[in-house]
Design a protein around this ligand. Structure first.
Ligand code: ZN
Ligand code: ZN
Length: 409
């Protein structure tokens, strides 16, 4: 088995150009659901391979590659950047900026490596059109915006995606991560955590700093909430279950001699199992409302910011893909992986059709640990693969290998 030689030869031949394409995307990241330039560039490349493109879900781009009778499968690549100021020092580092939903301007960076996903996805499409003799069926290429805010996959599905393209019988996708380039890692079963983000607005009563008897101190009350929320995982969740509760922002007050009437904090919750998720969310709500009641404060507002669904790798499908990846890349270069605590909205595509999905990780770096003590994981201002050719060629081979488990000849 393995990919046909002509296909890997074309990949090798085009690799320098592919690295150039990657650098272009790296230098021009855009924020979630604002990927207008990125979408235009993706569509232009797909069209240059002779494909028709559709705009789906705002800045999503879809191309259907038809190649005779056979199964229909889909491959997804996400396209958005992050509000991060790039600190890699690379000659093709981003100097782009964007506007957040609150109107503030921010530097933007491909800090999660979605530029590698776009580039690999385009090359997969190019090689599929170039080597039609190697496969039969239909491949739906999904270039999805807004992964970082969990908005994009849902927006594409809501925009009638599955009425506009043939419905796949399986969906595949991948993510670059800080591991050795040339390797892939694939979870069987749960792949990634569910994530819930909440914004809590605590209401009190403002008074002079010298007159606590006239106040309900929203700052102290919110601090109690944050402290007590630390006990959800340690005291309410079984040691064998995974849950993370992080309070990532906290804002209250304007001046040291004013007791503030309002405090706002935001939390992020990660879980692997739906029943654990329910339990954690119930506990959070109970603690926040209970603390407010104890302080004599009005009921706080708890608002859902966004929510990432379960990302589950169908076990049979994942095993089939893993075996094929081991044949293509070598058994030591394609390994099974434990679930990761990161989150993705990739699962939305397969879930919305009730078909299997498989999601894996591919390495981007010369060594496993990033050198010089620089924190270089995804979402770091230093995150950029330092072995781009190997990372891209592995991503392309992995994607084609997964697709060929169903459409390969
Ligand atoms: Zn990310
Ligand atoms: Zn990502």
């Amino acid at each position: 088995m393995g990919l046909p030689e002509e296909m890997t030869a074309s990949l090798e031949e085009g690799l320098d150009a592919l690295v150039g394409l990657y650098r272009g995307f790296h230098a021009a990241p855009e924020l979630s659901m604002q990927e207008h330039g990125t979408a235009a560039a993706i569509a232009e490349h797909l069209q240059s391979y002779g494909l028709e493109t559709q705009t789906v879900g705002g800045t999503g781009v879809v191309a259907v590659i038809e190649n005779g009778d056979g199964p229909v499968v889909a491959f997804r690549a996400d396209t958005d950047g992050l509000p991060i100021e790039e600190a890699t020092g690379l000659e093709y580092a981003s100097t782009a900026s964007g506007t957040l939903s609150d109107g503030t301007t921010t530097p933007v960076m491909h800090g999660c490596g979605h530029d590698t996903h776009i580039t690999a996805g385009l090359e997969i499409a190019r090689l599929l059109t170039l080597h039609r003799e190697a496969w039969a069926g239909t491949v739906v290429m999904l270039f999805q915006p807004g992964e970082e805010t969990a908005a994009g996959a849902a927006a594409m599905v809501a925009d009638g995606l599955w009425d506009r393209v043939p419905r796949p019988e399986a969906v595949y996708g991948q993510h670059v991560w800080p591991s050795v380039a040339g390797t892939v890692a694939l979870p069987v079963g749960t792949a990634l955590a569910m994530a819930d983000s909440l914004r809590v607005t605590v209401h009190g009563r403002q008074a002079h700093g010298s007159q606590p008897e006239n106040a309900i101190d929203a700052l102290v009350l919110a601090a109690y909430m944050v402290t007590r929320l630390q006990s959800v995982v340690s005291r309410e969740i079984a040691g064998t279950d995974m849950a993370v509760v992080t309070v990532g922002t906290f804002h209250a007050g304007t001046k040291e001699n004013i007791i503030p009437a309002k405090a706002v904090f935001e939390l992020n919750i990660r879980t692997f199992e739906p029943d654990v998720r329910d339990r954690v969310l119930d506990a959070i709500s109970r603690i926040i409302r209970g603390e407010a009641m104890a302080a004599g404060a009005p009921d706080p507002d708890i608002e859902e910011m966004y929510r990432f669904p379960h990302c589950f790798n169908d076990e049979e499908e994942a095993q089939t893909v893993l075996t094929a990846l081991q044949e293509e890349l070598g058994a030591d270069r394609a390994v099974q992986k434990e679930p990761a605590t990161g989150s993705e909205d990739f699962g939305t595509f397969a879930d919305s059709l009730g078909v299997p999905g498989v999601f894996w990780f591919f390495g981007g770096f010369k060594t496993q640990t990033v050198e010089n003590g620089v924190p270089g994981g995804n979402h770091s201002p230093y995150f950029a693969p330092d072995d781009v050719p190997t990372a891209l060629s592995t991503g392309v081979r992995a994607g084609l290998t997964a697709l060929f488990t169903r459409v390969g000849k």
